[in-house]
Every structure is written in structure tokens, then in C-alpha cells.
Design a binder for this molecule. Structure first.
Ligand code: ADP
Ligand code: MG
Length: 351
């Protein structure tokens, strides 16, 4: 029951996702000595033994908010539900070790459909070497809901937080950005075509990379290892689930620093550029706000620059500044504009 009905119009959408989380969780205080990090990072960190710490993170995917079964094969959905959680584990510089999987499902699903979903979950567990150790199963009167919790392990003191960036650090991103969002645009367009003409056979070949980024994303398990091999300790890290600008602003806020992001440095796959032209959308806007890239965004000390310079997996896209200098995008035309996060916000029903 909802007790306080005298609530004149404070809508969840006005607060936004992060405002809502802050609002709901602001009164929780940490009481356990073993809780090293609670709410506010990609994963919580818990003391384990004298050598190790555990990380725990959870993410939920909701039908018609996060996925559309009109074009998302269930096997891919299972895979993606695992990957988006593992991405948060790697963003803490940890190794993923176990997952639990909870589903709420309506009886419109035949058993074969759920077997497909679990084939995807099994494939991801295999690919990322994690054990499925539990979960929960319940019914849903509306859509399908999948909630995965991922557990990881990290050497004591080696977890990397959103809060560790210094004001002269370099800002680095793995891979490239905007592909998953443009993949979604392509799939949405093909869905509309299909609704008008069910006999149409979409040719997705020119969009293969984008569609794969949307339907079968991978988490960057390789990046923490790569950094270790290069002897680089990131000072802060976050995964890119909501869009580059939103994630940069999280690092800035938590680390109490500003930043300069250089538009011309943002890595884009050629397919993203071509398809942005086709859709008449600005590719920078997509990279900044698109989301679901599951790349790792991190900061490193300036002196580590030679160690990562020229690495094909990593791009330096900017640097942090003193907090009072603000957070800026330096455009290709060399103008300095405030960096704002438009992100994709499930609570606004935008995606
Ligand atoms: P991410 O995008 O990395 O998954 P989120 O933005 O979902 O992170 O969450 C940010 C932080 O808020 C995390 O520490 C998460 O555990 C916490 N959080 C999110 N939703 C809730 C909630 N309903 N109650 C408590 N903590 C939450
Ligand atoms: Mg995250």
C-alpha cells in the first residue's frame, strides 16, 4: 500500500534515474566494517579476507524498456543480461566469478523460449568464465524481466573507484562509441518497415557491426588485464552504459575534478559515421548520449602516457582539470562548450 497519497505531483521522471537513486538512498548509513564501498559506484566492495575483496553489482532488464522481443532474439537477450552486469565488475578492476539470475515471466512464453534465454546465459557464463550459482523465478503479468547479480573478486586495495581521478589525469576510453545506439536505430527502422510490409527481408549486412553492438555486446574483461600487463593503474574507472558524457560527469562529480573532452578524439567506428550520415544525426551527439557501449572509461596519471600511447584498444580523449574549471567539450571548431549529459533515461521512457 502507498501510505502518503497527499503527494502533489512529484514525478519520478522529474528527478531522473540518478536523482531518484540519490533521493531514495540518501539516509542509508554503512554499519558493517566489511562494507568498503556501498551505493554510488559500478559495484559495491566488501572485505573478504586479508588478501581479497568482493565486488557485487546488479542490473535489471525490462521488456519494452531495455529490449524489444520484436528484434531481440532471446538467446542474445540472455547473453546481454549477463554481459551488462559483468561490465560493472570489470569497471571496478575486478575479475567476475559468479552470477545469479532472476526472471519474471508471463505464461505466454513457451518453455522453448526460456530455454533459448538460458542458452544465452550459459554462453555468456562460459565465455566469461563465471558460475551461475542461483536466482529466482516468478511470474509477470506484463513483460519479461531479467535481473542478474554479478560477483567478482579483486586483490585487497586494488579496486578502482569513480572517485580517484586527479586534476591532471588523462581521460581514456576503450574501443569505440555510439555503435549500440545506432544499431538500435537500424533495428527500429527495420521493425517499422516490417510492420508495414511483413514480407520484407531486411538486409542488415551494411550494419553488421552496429547490430552486433546492440544485440550481442561484450564486456571489456580484457582491459583490466591489459592495464595490468602495461603496468598502468587507473586512478578512476566506470563503464559506459548510459553514454560517454553521463559517465564522464560521474567521474568528475565523484572525484571532485573538472575535465576537457576533445570532440575530435572520440573514437567512432566507420559504420557509426556512415549510418549517422544516413540518419542525419550528429555522430558526436550519439557517442556522448547514446549509451550501451559497455566500454571502459578511466583516468590514468599523465606519466603513464607512454605506456598506453598507440595502443589500438585505448584512446586518450581528454584530461581532467581542477573542479572550478568546469566540465567542457572542446569541439572540432575549437570552441569550448559545457559538457552536459542527456543520456538515455529509462525513467523518461526515452529508451
Ligand atoms: P550502473 O549504471 O553502473 O549500473 P547505476 O546508475 O545503476 O549504476 O547505479 C548507481 C549506484 O546506485 C550503484 O551503486 C547502485 O548499486 C545503486 N542503486 C541503483 N538503484 C538502487 C536502488 N533502487 N536502491 C539502492 N541502490 C541503488
Ligand atoms: Mg556501470
Amino acid at each position: 500500500m502507498f501510505e502518503n497519497k497527499d503527494n502533489s505531483g512529484n514525478s519520478i521522471g522529474d528527478l531522473g534515474e540518478f536523482g531518484l537513486i540519490d533521493h531514495l538512498t540518501k539516509n542509508f548509513v554503512i554499519k558493517q566494517k566489511s562494507t568498503i564501498k556501498g551505493i554510488g559506484d559500478d559495484a559495491a566492495v566488501i572485505a573478504c579476507d586479508s588478501k581479497k575483496e568482493l565486488v557485487v553489482t546488479t542490473d535489471m532488464l525490462v521488456e519494452n524498456v531495455h529490449f524489444d522481443l520484436g528484434y531481440m532474439p532471446l538467446k542474445h537477450l540472455g547473453y546481454k543480461a549477463v554481459v551488462v552486469n559483468l561490465s560493472d565488475v570489470y569497471a571496478m578492476n575486478a575479475e567476475a566469478s559468479q552470477i545469479t539470475v532472476s526472471i519474471a515471466v508471463s505464461n505466454r512464453f513457451p518453455i522453448e523460449a526460456l530455454e533459448e534465454l538460458y542458452a544465452g546465459i550459459a554462453a555468456a557464463a562460459q565465455a566469461y568464465n563465471v558460475d551461475v550459482i542461483g536466482g529466482d523465478t516468478t511470474s509477470s503479468t506484463t513483460g519479461l524481466i531479467i535481473s542478474v547479480t554479478a560477483i567478482g573478486i579483486v586483490n585487497k586495495g586494488e579496486a578502482v573507484y569513480r572517485s580517484g581521478a586527479n586534476d591532471s589525469d588523462l581521460l581514456v576510453i576503450s574501443g569505440d562509441l555510439g555503435g549500440a545506439y545506432m544499431g538500435l536505430q537500424v533495428l527500429e527502422r527495420e521493425k517499422q518497415v516490417f510492420l508495414v510490409n511483413p514480407k520484407s527481408q531486411p538486409d542488415l549486412e551494411p550494419y553488421s557491426y552496429l547490430v552486433e553492438r546492440q544485440l550481442k555486446p561484450e564486456a571489456r574483461k580484457d582491459i583490466p588485464k591489459l592495464l595490468k600487463d602495461l603496468n598502468v593503474v587507473p586512478t578512476s574507472m566506470i563503464d559506459v552504459s548510459d553514454g560517454l558524457s553521463s559517465e564522464i560527469l560521474h567521474l568528475c562529480k565523484n572525484s571532485k575534478v573538472g575535465c576537457n573532452l576533445y570532440e575530435d578524439k572520440i573514437p567512432l567506428d566507420p559504420q557509426v559515421i556512415t549510418v549517422c550520415e544516413e540518419f542525419n544525426i550528429d555522430s558526436t551527439t550519439i557517442a556522448l548520449n547514446g549509451g550501451e557501449d559497455y566500454e571502459l572509461l578511466f583516468t590514468i596519471k599523465m606519466e603513464d602516457f607512454p605506456k598506453i600511447k598507440g595502443n589500438p584498444h585505448l584512446t586518450i580523449i581528454g584530461h581532467m582539470t581542477k573542479e572550478e574549471e568546469g566540465k567542457h567539450l572542446i569541439t572540432r571548431a575549437n570552441t569550448k562548450i559545457p559538457l552536459i549529459a542527456r543520456g538515455w533515461n529509462a525513467l523518461e521512457g526515452k529508451e
